[in-house]
Design a protein around this ligand. Structure first.
Ligand code: SDX
Length: 430
C-alpha cells in the first residue's frame, strides 16, 4: 500500500499520493491539489518543491553527497575525465571503448565554427562580457544547423547526438574566440589531434607560430574543474534549460538560456566574485577576519562569496576535491598565490565561527575553482564561461530527459497581490 499525505483544508481532509525516490527522498504529489481543493502551493524560490523526476544527478545536501547517474563524484574525479563523464551524464551509462571513440570523434570533428560566425565576433564591442557573447553565439548555432533546431521535438531528438557534440565542442571554440577577440589576438583554429581540454588551452593561448605548451598537470586540473561542474540537479540554470525546453524549444536555444541564467553572481557568477573578494582582502592587507565580520552583518552585498548553498548544508564535495587540487596545481606549477593563503584563512575562520556553523554555510564549488583557473592563466571574466563549458553536459542531459518525458509545458501558478479591480481614468483626469 503506497504512502499518502493527508491535508486538512477548511475542516475537510484531502489525501495525496507520496512519491518516493531511489534514495528515499519523499514528496507529496500535489499535481491534483488545485482541481481537488482549489488551493495551490506557495514556495518562493522552489526550495521545497520538486519540479520533476530525474535520473541524472543525486545530491544529499545534509551529508554532502553528489552522484552522476549513481557514480560518486569522488570516484569520477579520480578515475574518469570530463568527456567520459559528459557521456555518462547525457546518456546514462559509462561509455564502452567504441562509444567513447565515436563520441570523441564527433567532438573533434565539430570543433571548428562556420565562417559566417566570425563576422559576429567583429560586431561585438571589444569590452563585451564573454557570457553575453556565448549565449548569443550558442543560440545562433540553430541558424547554421536548422535541421537540429526545428522545434519539432521528435526531429530534434533524432538529431540529438549531433547537436550535443556540436554544443560540447563549439562551446569551447566560441569561448576561446571571445577571449582572443577581447585581447585583439588572431583566432587560433582547433587542432583535431589534441584532447578536449588541451585543445581549448591551445585555442586560448597559442600564438600563430608558437603552439601552447601542453602540460599534463594543467590538462588534468581543467578536466577536473569541468567534470565537477557537469551537472547539479535543478540548479537555477538547469531548471531554466528545462523550462525553455518544456515549450518545445530546440537544444541550442535552451542551452543559450542556461548561459543567461548561470551568469548571475548568486549562481555561476560567484567564481568571479570570489576572486574579486580575495583580491580586495589582499589589497586591504587584511587576513580575512574583518571581511568575515562584515559578512556576518546580513548585508547581502558583503556576503562571503563561494560560501553557502541552497542545497548543501555541509561541505560541498566538489569544493573538497578542488581545495586539494588547488594546492597540487600551484605546487606543480611552482606558483604561490597569496589568494590561496587568504582563502584557506577565510575557510579556517568561517568554519569555526558560530554565525556560519549555525547557518550551515560551508565552501561551495566556487570557493577554490577560481584560484586554479587563475594559475592556469584563464582571466577572471572567463570564469563563468568555464562553468558554462563544464555544465553543458548537464544542460544537454536534462534537455534530453525532458524531451523524452511526458512532462507538459512548465507553467507555475502565482499568488496575485496587486491592485483589486479599478476603473480606467483618462489621462486628463489623473
Ligand atoms: C552555485 O544550486 C546549485 O546547485 C548551484 C551550484 C551549481 O553547481 O549549479 O552549486 C553553483 O551557484 C553555488 C553557489 C554560488 N554562490 C555563492 O557562492 C554566492 C554566496 N552565497 C550566497 O549568496 C548564498 O549562500 C546562496 C545564494 C548560495 C544560498 O542562499 P540561501 O540558501 O538561499 O541562503 P539565504 O539567502 O536564505 O541565507 C540564509 C542565511 C541568511 O542569514 P539570516 O537571514 O538567517 O541571518 O545565511 C546567510 C544569510 O544572510 N548567508 C550568508 C551567506 N549565504 C547565506 N552570510 C554570509 N555569507 C554568505 N555567503
Amino acid at each position: 500500500m503506497s504512502e499518502t499525505a493527508k491535508i486538512i483544508i477548511e475542516n475537510k481532509t484531502f489525501e495525496f499520493p507520496v512519491v518516493v525516490g531511489t534514495e528515499n527522498e519523499k514528496a507529496i504529489d500535489t499535481s491534483k491539489l488545485r482541481d481537488t481543493t482549489g488551493y495551490v502551493t506557495y514556495d518562493d524560490g522552489y526550495g521545497n518543491t520538486a519540479s520533476c523526476e530525474s535520473s541524472i544527478t543525486f545530491i544529499d545536501g545534509e551529508t554532502g553527497i553528489l552522484r552522476y547517474r549513481g557514480y560518486d563524484i569522488q570516484d569520477l574525479a579520480v578515475q574518469s575525465n570530463f568527456i567520459e563523464s559528459a557521456y555518462l551524464v547525457i546518456y546514462g551509462e559509462l561509455p564502452t571503448v567504441q562509444q567513447l571513440q565515436n563520441f570523441r570523434h564527433l567532438i573533434l570533428r565539430n570543433a571548428a565554427i562556420h565562417q559566417g560566425m566570425f563576422s559576429f565576433f567583429e560586431a561585438f564591442p571589444n569590452n563585451s562580457h564573454p557570457m553575453a557573447i556565448l549565449s548569443a553565439m550558442l543560440n545562433s548555432l540553430g541558424c547554421y544547423y536548422p535541421e537540429m533546431a526545428t522545434n519539432n521535438r521528435q526531429r530534434d531528438l533524432e538529431q540529438l547526438d549531433n547537436a550535443a557534440t556540436i554544443l560540447l565542442s563549439k562551446v569551447r571554440t566560441l569561448a576561446a574566440m571571445s577571449y582572443r577577440m577581447k585581447h585583439g589576438l588572431p583566432f587560433i583554429h582547433p587542432k583535431p589531434e589534441l584532447p578536449y581540454c588541451s585543445n581549448f588551452l591551445h585555442m586560448m593561448f597559442s600564438e600563430p607560430y608558437v603552439d601552447y605548451k601542453f602540460n599534463p598537470v594543467i590538462d588534468r586540473a581543467l578536466n577536473l574543474i569541468l567534470l565537477l561542474h557537469a551537472d547539479h540537479e535543478q540548479n537555477c540554470s538547469t531548471s531554466t534549460v528545462r523550462m525553455v525546453a518544456s515549450g518545445g524549444a530546440n537544444l541550442f536555444a535552451s542551452a543559450s538560456a542556461g548561459v543567461c541564467a548561470l551568469w548571475g553572481p548568486a549562481h555561476g557568477g560567484a567564481n568571479m566574485a570570489v576572486i574579486h573578494m580575495l583580491e580586495e582582502i589582499h589589497k586591504a592587507g587584511d587576513d580575512g577576519s574583518s571581511f568575515v565580520a562584515a559578512a556576518k552583518s546580513g548585508d547581502k552585498t558583503k556576503r562571503l562569496m563561494g560560501f553557502g548553498h541552497r542545497v548543501y548544508k555541509n561541505y560541498d564535495p566538489r569544493a573538497k576535491i578542488l581545495k586539494k587540487t588547488c594546492a597540487e596545481v600551484l605546487n606543480t606549477l611552482g606558483v604561490s598565490d597569496p589568494l590561496l593563503d587568504i582563502a584557506l584563512k577565510l575557510e579556517e575562520i568561517a568554519t569555526h565561527d558560530e554565525y556560519f556553523l549555525a547557518r550551515k554555510l560551508y565552501p561551495n564549488v566556487d570557493f577554490y575553482s577560481g584560484i586554479i583557473m587563475r594559475a592556469i592563466g584563464i582571466p577572471v571574466d572567463m570564469f563563468t564561461v568555464m562553468f558554462a563549458i563544464g555544465r553543458m553536459p548537464g544542460w544537454i542531459g536534462h534537455w534530453r530527459e525532458l524531451a523524452t518525458s511526458k512532462s507538459p509545458i512548465h507553467r507555475p501558478r502565482q499568488i496575485y497581490i496587486g491592485s483589486p479591480r479599478r476603473e480606467y481614468v483618462p489621462i486628463d483626469k489623473r
